[in-house]
Design a protein around this ligand. Sequence first.
Ligand SMILES: [Zn+2]
Length: 224
Amino acid sequence: MCWASPGGPSMTSSFSDEKLLVAIVDHVIPILTPYEVSAYLLLLRLSWLTNADAHVRIGKRAIANRLGTGARGDKANFEQVSKVIKGLAHKRCLEVGDTTVEGTLYAVKLPSEIVDVAAPDSTTDAHPPDWFGDPDRRRELFGRDGWQCQYCGDSVTEGSATLDHFVPQCQDGPSTPENLRTACFLCNSIKAGKSYEEAAPLLLANLRQRRMRLSSAAEDCTRR
Ligand SMILES: [Zn+2]
């Protein structure tokens, strides 16, 4: 398989045909609409695959003609092409340059560039929501746990509820809903800084003591 047209300039770029095709299928097609895929492949054909260079100057009407008819038989029009180009630019598949009578200059991005540039975008979790510190989110988690301590089962109130890091923070446990459990003040102070395995015997011993105290107090009441 050879991307460059016969007799055309040989490709001196850093990608192989197979790698390029795999990268397009794996990384570019999933983020594009079918129409954007067509336009991207056309512009890639006219830039990298023809001249081993990112740039191509072409008019929107020429793009519309080259894209031909859609599945429904309707011819691509100027507005559709404008929309598709806008979409491709937004998804960083190309950069739009100046426009002359010969058309608009496009710098077509290779899949590796699109993925590289897109990567920082996917880390929008740089500032994840603060489930531990935000009062509204804390209440949401207490509600999720039915306002009950997840270690002893006691009911907790707005005033007594705490959040425990199931995997402790000192062991890099995150402040995510999955790792935060509603706990009564006592259980949280016992569990603090320990893994559940380390804390379980202590939590259980404390629970037994509390139950015993409760039952002896109840006996005292009945004796009186
Ligand atoms: Zn508890």
